[in-house]
Structures are given as structure tokens and as C-alpha cells.
Write a protein that binds this ligand. Structure first.
Ligand code: GLC
Ligand code: CA
Length: 550
């Protein structure tokens, strides 16, 4: 394949990943917090899904201002989760099961409790003085999580920059010593045997010289033009790629607000530094750039975003595919229907798993976990949910504002994993650190193991089908009926094999005509989320996968 030229390995193209947010996955030592003992015990389950690797959200020591994304030690394990030895056991067992492990590399910022920051705030003549971005006067940037992007530090007598929460000071990547630290963090984990990194908000690490003011009237993202894809970004990325290239390592970068054109710079040509990028366009089919500005779900918007990336990267670069992660509310509650829970949960799986790219499945997505609806904002723990509640739409009634939280909170993705219908959903033997979704009696792994038509077993079927088909792995992508408001139809083709994937995004029953190219051809129905099918009539949220030999 042309797009792999110059790269030794492209094993990640045939893979799919499972993302684990450890705190809510499985509690192995009975303290109510998910940990690496729980992960160890559940690795066979992960393997049984048919995935080939795991992405761990941060497992490092962290004061949890942003639940792990504020790191106070890059080379250790959070005591809540276990020890480095326990991590090594997980790594070894995962490898023996044929599962790769990728780590979250969060280097745009640290925790304010990281020793570097504790030193840096002591004064200007400190060896760590320039590890962070200090100014006598702040500019007008807002942070994405908590008010202004600058916080005054009494000890240092200056302001520091934080694009995210106050407890997440931005590192000064222009300082070569900071970049050496990043290299050293990478080597630490690669030497231990991990297989790659998911790189957090990596397109934000280089800031424009002089930190100019942003546009005054756009809240939250006003400074973004000055820190997204900044002036030295590709130079710094090349430096990190070099480290990776010494190993058989794989890198996927998170690119908030990234466009196809800017992503292609990271993925192709002389500035190629990443194997894939996590883009966001398709996560905005029911909201405007952040989930606190809602609009009704639009399938046309979703399809446009899907196809834009599929077409633009074709033959040039490789997509990452996802509908959920720890930053987004549950997809059935957004693009599907809780009423048609099983039907829409399975259909949504087929809508993305057969696209061209490497799929990422987030814990609980494979059993159709849905959003939690807590009564009061005080019950939520996520910093961005709290800020959204206390900052935006203040004139609305409490019930309406809570409704927004129910639609948007990242906490919906962070409720304990539902393993069975026992107390606390089998996540723990004691009261968990966060609320269990009350639907666990119905939505849980054990119940779905025993149901042939379950969401869980559908994910398995999809992943298995994908894995064994060149057309689904490498074939070309084409969309049909892009303007249709209810149906998403796409094709994957390789040599004489064609797959047609037909997904209904509505609770209506409707007729779907096969594209004219396919008329009169005999396709084999290889997958359907209902028992038996009814010709051209599609039932609520029905999906089908047909295979043709042409
Ligand atoms: C990324 C992470 C998110 C975190 C943010 C700041 O977007 O996925 O969870 O809050 O970066 O680190
Ligand atoms: Ca525990």
C-alpha cells in the first residue's frame, strides 16, 4: 500500500483497539476504585471481543483534577491502580494473549503538583523555571475548562498558562529540556515493552511566539488559532517520531478541532509523525464544537463528516474510527435511541466498524451503556461539566440546565462498567467511587453473553468479519444517498469483492432501495441486527451487511 511507504510496519491497520479508563473498569482489590488487578482479571474478556490491543487512559499518579490527565509523575502508576510491578504483569499477560498496549502520553501540560511545577514556581533562577509558560501580564485567552487561561501564582509572582484546568499548567515545549523529558518518558515505557502512544491534545503543544491575543468574542476557544498546529509543531513531532522509530512503535495523536488538511500534515509527506489522528468532526452531529451547545441530531451532518475523512485520507493516510471515548457521552443516548436500545446500539456498531481505518471501542460501548442522569450538579465530578453548568446558559431554569448536563457530561462515559446484575453491577464489592447507572440490571456483560442478538455479541461478529476481510480492511470506501436523512449506506470494495453496509438511523419502518449498481446482483446477507430480514422493508434501526462477488 502506498501510504505505508518508508514505514517498516503497519500492523495497526489490521487491528482494533479497546480503550480502558481504569478507574471505572473493574475493581480488583475491593476499595471501590477500578485498578490494574481488575484489568488483569478481565484481559480474557477483552480478548474475547476480538480486539487486538488496549489503549489505557492515563494510569499515572495524578491528583485527579482531570481524572488522570493531570499527571504528577510520568514514570509510575497511580497508587489507586496498583504498582509498576502490577502494570508489568498486565503488560506481560496482554502480550501473551496477543494484545498490544498503548499508553496515553499527556505532555501538553502536567499537574500543578508535578515536581517540575513545584520547582518552577519557586522563581526565575530555578533550573525548572522555563519548563512552563510564565508571564507578568496575561493575554486574553480563555481556557477550555476553567475560566481564563492564566492563573496568578503568589510564590512566583507571575501568571502561568493553562489551556485546560487551573491544575494543568502548560509545559513550555520550546524549551529543549522539556522535549528531552518527553523523549525520556517515551523511552521509559517503550523499554518496558509497551507498543505505542495515544498522544493527548498533541496539536496544541507549540504556541505562537509572543502569545498574541485571540479574537475577543469567541468564548473558550479564542486563543486556539495561536496554539493549534503552532509554528514548531512538526519539528517537535519529528523529534518524538524519531524515538518511536527506534522501536516497533505506533503513534496516534488526538487532534481537537483538527481539519483534514492540518491532519494530513501529521500523517503524510516529509512532516509525517503520526500513524493516525483522532478527529472530532463526526462527534458534532448533535452539538457545536463542545457538547454544551446542542442541536438535534442530524444524520446528514454525521455522514458528511464520516465521508469527508474517508475520502480525504484514501490512498494517503489511515483513519482512526470511534464513536465513544472517555470524553463523550454515550453514543446510544446521542445518535441512537434508548428506547430502541439493542437495535440502535448494534446499528451504530455497523455504522463505524466497517469504515476504512482502525476502530477504537470504549469500555461499555460494546454492551450499550447509556448516559447517566444524576439529579444535582453536585453529584457530577468532571471539571468541564461543572464549568459548563456554572458558566453557560445561566438564565435558564435549573431543570433545563441539568438537562444539558445529562446530554453532555463526560461523567456519563465514566460510570462503573456493568459486568452483571449483582450489587454495584459486579464492578466492585463495595460502594464504587462513582454512581452506577441504574440500568445495570438489564445492560450488563453477563446478560449479553447469553443472548445471541445482544449488542456485545454483535460487536464480536463485526470485529471478526472485519478482521477476515481484505475488502473491509483495505478496500475503497464509497457512500450512497448522502442526502438521505434516515439511512446511511456505504460500500467497501477490493478487487471483485464488495460489501454494502446499510444502516437505518430511525425508529420508523421504511423502504430502502439497493443502489442501482447493485440491482439484479445477488448479495449474501452476512450480518443483520434482527432475526431474519424483510426484503426492502427496514425495521427501526435495522442494519444489514451484504457481500457481493462481482
Ligand atoms: C484530552 C483528553 C481529555 C482531557 C484533555 C486535557 O482531550 O482526552 O480527557 O481532559 O485532553 O488533558
Ligand atoms: Ca481497587
Amino acid at each position: 500500500m502506498g501510504e505505508t511507504e518508508g514505514y517498516k510496519k503497519d500492523w495497526y491497520k489490521q487491528m482494533s483497539f479497546y480503550q480502558i479508563w481504569v478507574r471505572s473498569f473493574a475493581d480488583g482489590n475491593g476499595d471501590g476504585i477500578g485498578d490494574l488487578y481488575g484489568v488483569y482479571d478481565k484481559l480474557e474478556y477483552v480478548k474475547s471481543l476480538g480486539v487486538d490491543g488496549i489503549w489505557f487512559s492515563p494510569v499515572y499518579p495524578s491528583p485527579n483534577a482531570d481524572y488522570g490527565y493531570d499527571i504528577s509523575d510520568y514514570k509510575d502508576i497511580h497508587p489507586d491502580f496498583g504498582t509498576l510491578d502490577q502494570f508489568k504483569k498486565v503488560l506481560e499477560k496482554a502480550h501473551s494473549l496477543g494484545l498490544k498496549i498503548i499508553m496515553d502520553l499527556v505532555v501538553n501540560h502536567t499537574s500543578d503538583e508535578h515536581p517540575w511545577f513545584k520547582e518552577s514556581r519557586k522563581g526565575k533562577d530555578n533550573p525548572y523555571s522555563d519548563y512552563y509558560i510564565w508571564r507578568d501580564e496575561p493575554n486574553n485567552w480563555d481556557s477550555l475548562f476553567e475560566g481564563k487561561a492564566w492563573e496568578y501564582d503568589e510564590q512566583r509572582g507571575q501568571y502561568y498558562l493553562h489551556i485546560f484546568a487551573k491544575k494543568q499548567p502548560d509545559l513550555n515545549m520550546d524549551n529543549p529540556k522539556v522535549r528531552e523529558e518527553v523523549e525520556s518518558i517515551m523511552r521509559f515505557w517503550l523499554d518496558m515493552g509497551v507498543d505505542g502512544f495515544r498522544e493527548d491534545v498533541i496539536n496544541f503543544i507549540s504556541k505562537k511566539e509572543g502569545l498574541p491575543n485571540g479574537l475577543p468574542f469567541i468564548p473558550a476557544v479564542n486563543g486556539m488559532p495561536h496554539y493549534k498546529d503552532g509554528p514548531h509543531i512538526h519539528e517537535y513531532m519529528a523529534q518524538f517520531r524519531k524515538v518511536c522509530n527506534e522501536y516497533d512503535c505506533f503513534q496516534i495523536g488526538e487532534g481537537p478541532m483538527t481539519t483534514v488538511n492540518s491532519a494530513l500534515k501529521y500523517l503524510t509527506g516529509p512532516t509525517k509523525s503520526l500513524d493516525m489522528m483522532i478527529s472530532f468532526d463526526h462527534m458534532m452531529a448533535d452539538c457545536v464544537y463542545t457538547e454544551y451547545v446542542h442541536r438535534p441530531f442530524s444524520l446528514v451532518k454525521l455522514k458528511k463528516a464520516f465521508s469527508k475523512w474517508q475520502y480525504a485520507l484514501a490512498g494517503k493516510a489511515w483513519n482512526s474510527l470511534y464513536l465513544e471515548n472517555h470524553d463523550h457521552p454515550r453514543i446510544i443516548s446521542r445518535y441512537g435511541s434508548e428506547k430502541y436500545w439493542r437495535e440502535s446500539g448494534t446499528m451504530l456498531a455497523a455504522s463505524f466498524l466497517f469504515q476504512r481505518g482502525t476502530p477504537f471501542i470504549y469500555q461499555g460501548q460494546e454492551i450499550g451503556m447509556t448516559n447517566i442522569r444524576l439529579r444535582s450538579i453536585h453529584q457530577y465530578v468532571d471539571v468541564s461539566s461543572k464549568t459548563n453548568y456554572h458558566t453557560y446558559h445561566l438564565k435558564e431554569k435549573t431543570s433545563k440546565r441539568m438537562h444539558r448536563i445529562h446530554l453532555s457530561s463526560r461523567d456519563s462515559a465514566r460510570t462503573p462498567m456493568q459486568w452483571n446484575d449483582h450489587k454495584y453491577a459486579g464492578f466492585s464489592t463495595v460502594r464504587p467511587w462513582f454512581y452506577v447507572n441504574p440500568n445495570y440490571k438489564m445492560v450488563n456483560v453477563a446478560a449479553e453473553e447469553n443472548d445471541k442478538l445482544s449488542i456485545l455479541n454483535f460487536y464480536r461478529k463485526c470485529l471478526n468479519l472485519r478482521k477476515h476481510s481484505k475488502a473491509l480492511l483495505y478496500g475503497s470506501y464509497k457512500e450512497y444517498y448522502p442526502k438521505d436523512k434516515f439511512i446511511y449506506v456505504y460500500e467497501r470494495a477490493y478487487k471483485n469483492i464488495r460489501y454494502l453496509i446499510i444502516c437505518s438511523f430511525t425508529s420508523l419502518t421504511l423502504t430502502v432501495r439497493i443502489p442501482t449498481e447493485y440491482e439484479g446482483k445477488k448479495g449474501e446477507l452476512v450480518l443483520c441486527n434482527y432475526r431474519g430480514h424483510a426484503g426492502e422493508l427496514y425495521r427501526p434501526y435495522e442494519c444489514r451487511v451484504y457481500r457481493y462477488k462481482v
